[in-house]
Design a protein around this ligand. Structure first.
Ligand code: MEV
Length: 322
């Protein structure tokens, strides 16, 4: 099958409030970030006398950003999970051609709390649906992406791929999007730092699940409290109250630390961001490294400098008034 090559681009995500607790049904607030993952969809050249090294049947995946090439039919030990995830995307859209050259280009570091796997899942099913001639339907896309996220993460809450697919601020609870439109009273200016790899969401969520099962009386109230913070954060957003939102982010960070998902590096960078003038700062995602989200408004330059002094890469991201 021949078609004109096209590109699907999707943003990464950051969690404003509520990670980990959202896995147990409590409320979370998540937003897209201005860093993207792109997949170029092109027909794979067919084998023949003049065929180049990329010719062949079935999907060939190239991701120079991850230093990776994957012949889907022959995954290596390192690419097995990725291959299963991509196979799941093809299984979800059986009408799409398989003789594809997929080139992945990502500005989202992997295992860093910015939704790289969810972005990959959404971009894959969106591109395959386009190839199959389907109209884009958000519900279908998110339920397909969920199956792929399960391969990466075991039991994802669904917040990551939901925010990435809808590309807007979301309130999420009980496995579902809660608000169709969230009013935001002000443009919010963030700086996001990448502290390093967290070594896998599934493992971090799994370790916390074991602690929660062993000591429910300790962990369940903390998670309930985090869910309540998300509700307060929603109200602060609507009022454009950046001071309250920042305070809520700081309290959320304290509770995430109590849950055992922070790290020495995260805490150091969070304190540095606050000292540089951030209104609030917290980890974003699974924790234990990964990404850090600082609400900065007019203090972006100072916070960027603080992260740079600590040797961390950081970028700006804003949330527009709707
Ligand atoms: C990961 O970005 C967010 C977690 O809450 C896991 C999930 O929601 O599936 C840690």
């Amino acid at each position: 099958m021949s078609f004109a090559p096209f590109t699907v681009a999707v943003p990464g995500k950051a969690i404003l409030c509520g990670e980990h607790a959202v896995v147990y049904g409590h409320a979370a607030l998540a937003m897209p970030v201005q860093r993207h993952l792109r997949i170029d969809f092109a027909p794979r050249p067919q084998s023949g006398p003049k065929a180049g090294p990329k010719a062949g049947k079935g999907p060939l995946i190239e991701a120079p950003c991850w230093d990776l090439q994957l012949e889907l039919a022959q995954p290596s030990a390192q690419t097995q999970v990725l291959a299963r995830a991509i196979e799941a995307a093809f299984a979800a859209v059986p009408a799409a051609s398989r003789d594809l050259l997929l080139t992945i280009d990502s500005e989202l570091p992997r295992s860093a709390g910015l939704g790289s796997s969810a972005a990959l899942a959404v971009a894959l099913v969106r591109g395959l649906a386009q190839l199959a001639g389907e109209a884009q339907v958000l519900e279908k896309e998110t339920s397909r992406a969920m199956e792929i996220e399960k391969i990466f993460h075991g039991k994802p809450s669904g917040v990551d791929h939901s925010v990435i697919a809808s590309e807007r601020l979301l309130a999420f609870a009980q496995g579902q999007v809660q608000e169709t439109q969230i009013p935001v009273g002000k443009t919010l200016e963030f700086v996001i730092a990448v502290i390093g790899s967290h070594g896998g969401t599934a493992q971090r969520v799994g370790n916390l699940a074991q602690r929660r099962e062993r000591w429910p009386q300790l962990y369940q109230p903390l998670m309930r409290q985090i869910g309540a913070l998300s509700d307060h954060a929603l109200a602060a957003l609507a009022q454009g109250d950046v001071h309250q939102l920042g305070a809520l982010m700081d309290v959320n960070q304290g509770l995430l630390n109590a849950l055992g998902v922070s790290s020495a590096e995260l805490e150091q960078a969070i304190f540095a961001a606050r000292a540089a003038g951030a209104y609030g700062a917290k980890l974003s995602g699974a924790g234990g490294g990964g990404a850090l989200l600082a609400l900065c408004q007019d203090k972006k330059t100072q916070v960027l400098r603080a992260f740079s002094d600590l040797g961390y890469q950081a970028f700006e991201s804003s949330l527009q008034v709707q």
